[in-house]
Design a protein around this ligand. Structure first.
Ligand code: PLP
Length: 354
């Protein structure tokens, strides 16, 4: 059989064998323990419903997947891979939780942290020297910056550092970092992969067998294991990932053009792909806070990647980087009809200007 396309992989991976009376979907196995003598043994070590999710995401990214209880559980586990006092490089505009997790480790003397401007590739390359872990997020949340992944991976590997790339925004359908020699791909499966704003789940994917063993071992030791129901729901969500990504992306692209022409909008940041768009409102924080009261379809909520369109002013979070503009509103574009989305958003923006 030729290599399957990602759409087919999303639909077919992680299913039971085609045998008479087998269910088409891997069932939800609710078990804290298993009859001894097999491979599973105990509920903190393994679960067939997690494996189904891991098989789908691993196949899409092109590596082996380990699922975690949340994206942050995956972030914490990867940050903990480095030795005491090691240097970790991270974009200053990486997801707030990742930056805070690293700051917490540094405050306790566990690691040294170097925050970088991801768009300044020379500076990132220079920071890779003597690093043990180089963290990439491309595009970043919420500044939507991109980076030169191959150049940074080469510099990091030269220094003997692991490279992790948080691929939450792009999904494996729009970017496959393992093909660019990244060591670990990380996901908040809470977002596009789950796709329905009804679960928390995280994952890492790697081709490095040694790392895979360490990551699985740490998951068992910390107990940061996925919920069975969550893994099942996320697997179900991924069956339509390609359709949702395609629709949400085409909606986002149509909105970007229109937003650029709106008087309330000073700047539109969009990396050219995906369904996340950041707009900087000319009226700053006040305009952003007003906007949230003016929409009816668009929901004011944090998080992103659901079927429904949501938005929030990111600086409402105290820990968000001061370099993120006060008036930056991050839109997570959903799969509704784009004309309905624009009618709601443009009328709310009109009110903000008035
Ligand atoms: N990485 C990115 C890019 C995110 O946006 C988030 C959450 O917003 C996380 C990681 C953390 O994931 P979770 O909320 O599933 O713990």
């Amino acid at each position: 059989m030729p290599d399957l396309t990602p759409a087919t992989v999303a639909v077919t991976a992680g299913r039971p064998a085609h045998e008479p009376d087998a269910p088409l979907n891997t069932p939800i196995t609710m078990a804290s323990t298993y009859v001894a003598g097999g491979d599973l043994e105990y509920g903190r070590y393994a679960n067939p419903t997690w494996t189904a999710f891991e098989d789908v995401l691993g196949a899409l990214e092109g590596g082996s997947c380990v699922a975690f209880s949340s994206g942050m559980a995956a972030v914490a586990t990867v940050l903990d891979l480095v030795g005491h006092g090691a240097k970790v490089v991270m974009p200053r505009h990486a997801y707030l939780g990742s930056v805070m997790g690293l700051a917490d480790l540094e405050a306790r003397g566990r690691v040294t942290a170097t925050l970088v401007d991801l768009e300044d590739t020379d500076a990132v390359v220079a920071a890779c020297e003597d690093a043990a872990l180089v963290w990439l997020e491309s595009p970043t949340n919420p500044a939507l910056e991109l980076t030169d992944v191959p150049r940074i991976v080469a510099a990091a590997h030269e220094a003997g550092a692991y490279v992790v790339l948080d691929n939450t925004f792009a999904t494996p359908l729009l970017q496959r970092p393992l093909e660019q020699d990244v060591d670990i791909v990380l996901h908040s499966a809470t977002k596009m992969l789950g796709g329905h704003s009804d679960l928390l789940l995280g994952a890492v994917v790697t081709r490095d067998e040694e790392l895979l063993g360490v990551l699985r071992g740490r998951r068992s030791l910390t107990g940061a294991v996925p919920g069975t129901m969550e893994a099942w729901l996320a697997t179900r969500g991924m069956r339509t990932l390609h359709l949702r990504v395609e629709r949400a992306q085409s909606n986002a692209q149509a909105l970007v053009e229109r937003l650029r022409g709106h008087a309330a909008v000073e700047d539109v940041r969009y990396p050219g792909f995906g369904s996340i768009v950041s707009v900087v409102l000319a009226g700053g924080a006040l305009a952003g806070d007003l906007l949230v009261r003016k929409t009816s379809l668009w929901v004011h909520a944090t998080s992103l990647g659901g079927a429904e369109s949501t938005f929030e002013r990111r600086r409402r979070w105290k820990g968000e980087a001061q370099t993120v503009p006060e008036g930056l509103v991050r839109l997570s574009v959903g799969i509704e009809d784009v004309e309905d989305l624009w009618a709601d958003l443009s009328s709310a923006l009109d009110d903000v200007v008035a």
